[in-house]
Design a protein around this ligand. Sequence first.
Ligand code: FMN
Length: 318
Amino acid sequence: MHIKPIRLRNLILPSNVAMAPMAGYTCYPLRMLCQKLGAGICFTEMVSANALKYNDQANRRLLLTTPKERIKAVQLLEGDPGIVERAACGELLSEFDIIDLNMGCPVPNVFKSGQGSALLSDMPRAAALIRACRRSGKIVTVKFRIGLKEDEPVAAEFARMCEQAGADMISIHGRSRSMMYDGAPYYDQIQLAKASVSIPVLANGGICNCKDADKMMERTGADGVMIGRYALENPYIFAQLTGRPVREDRYALLKEQEELALRHYDEPFALSYLRSIASYLMKKRKGTKAYKQKMYQCGSLKELDLIFRAAFAEEVSL
Ligand SMILES: Cc1cc2nc3c(=O)[nH]c(=O)nc-3n(C[C@H](O)[C@H](O)[C@H](O)COP(=O)(O)O)c2cc1C
């Protein structure tokens, strides 16, 4: 695919390859890894705008960023424009340049409370949320699915609504809510949406290698791609797409992640985070099941390191 920067008002994303927001994964250390490997933008996982009022440790972890993160993008989940505006204008998000609104989450509890993918069938409220967010003066992006059901797509109409309400960029997950995370993306729906707007469009869903990224770009005409699960399995995909040179093997990447996690989080959280990302990194390898079991039984970083060394033995150069 053709790699190019994307301009969002006064901000330039260095590449048109994005790391998708992923709950439980895209915290600060992982975003720094993806940035280093070539991702042009990495979003925090979804953060409940309403829960920001608690200003607790969980929120502080989710909102952690530093000046080393070049593009700071936080994703909010909320269905009430007043709450979104308060969050967007508030002190807690002051370091973030970009607010992404989640309008795609398919989870039943989220849907029932009128948030996430429920907004696909309530465009006036979705537009009010975008306008409310814009009042913060920040760059606003929206991530949504092609519709609630694949035989009732709304992608193009929703994309136009986003642009008219003031969104600076949209990311489209080419699956419907009812498809959850399975099945081929509907390229034609992303293509129709892209053709309906002049703001940048990122296309997401089912990209598992560079060829898939090429196919996504060709079939949709999108400005860039967004990669989710496969980037957890193979974060080198960002380097492969952008041509960025990388020297570190998987074990070295994990050690870097450990260092960052320990610098910013307490040890129990660091341990649980490292287990999660290592589980993805060792997918489809010999003995993965046993290593995973051991990881979830071990209680210290020292023990975890021994498992990493064994699991990534062929890559450990020490
Ligand atoms: C474990 C997990 C957590 C996710 N969390 C979020 C989230 O917080 N916000 C969001 O917009 N999408 C979330 N998603 C959806 C992804 O961003 C992405 O749209 C989806 O996985 C499709 O891309 P893929 O086929 O490349 O994985 C999540 C997906 C998974 C599997």
